[in-house]
Write a protein that binds this ligand. Structure first.
Ligand SMILES: [Zn+2]
Length: 193
């Protein structure tokens, strides 16, 4: 049976989806799902109070480590957004594109991809720099709900623009990723939602 991850403490043995009103109580942090509290605030409180195992009648899993367990949350939140299709996917292009978008070569959810939460207001600052993609209709621009291709040359251009711009938040992650793309000698796609 599928188990669920607690969005507060990261415990991965919940019986039911914690985003439904299940009234299940997490044995680790003691939260009862359906009480309608802010999960982030609740997590903060749990950590602040020492991140202790809550349910006395049941022992924590062997080698239980609260801080390691908390890492589960990031993956879980990511999986949820992925299912809801709220990410733009920055995907490495495996071969040089001849100036036409090759739909067959595009696969979704690659491990080498970078995923950007498109509703993040920070992302809007990047949009101005992304306007010179090749689109599937042959035009140049940026299509948030389509496929955007950046050649090796355009990737280098973008890298330089991002590096120079002082107002871009979180740009280190993007620069590291683009640097890898540039080293392959190919371009990349941004797959819209
Ligand atoms: Zn919990």
């Amino acid at each position: 049976m599928e188990k669920y991850i607690c969005p507060i403490c990261g415990y991965d043995g919940l019986e039911d989806d914690p985003y439904q009103e299940t009234f299940e109580i997490c044995p680790c942090c003691g939260y009862e799902f359906g009480a309608g509290e802010d999960f982030d605030k609740r997590r903060h409180d749990w950590l602040k109070s020492g991140a202790k195992w809550w349910f006395k009648q049941e022992n924590p899993p062997q080698n239980w480590n609260a801080l390691k367990q908390i890492n589960n949350i990031q993956n879980y939140v990511f999986e949820r957004y992925k299912r809801r299709g709220e990410f733009l996917e920055f995907q490495l292009c495996e071969k040089e594109n001849s100036g036409k978008i090759d739909l067959k070569s595009i696969k979704h959810w690659q491990e080498s991809s970078l995923y950007v939460y498109s509703e993040n207001p920070l992302f809007e600052k990047y949009l101005a720099l992304l306007q010179n993609a090749l689109l599937s209709n042959g035009e140049i621009g940026f299509d948030e709900s389509g496929i955007n291709y950046y050649s090796h040359e355009k990737t280098i251009e973008l890298y330089n623009k991002v590096q120079k711009d002082e107002n871009l938040p979180d740009k280190k992650v993007l620069l590291t990723w683009l640097d890898d793309v540039i080293k392959t000698g190919h371009g990349f796609y941004i797959l819209g939602i």
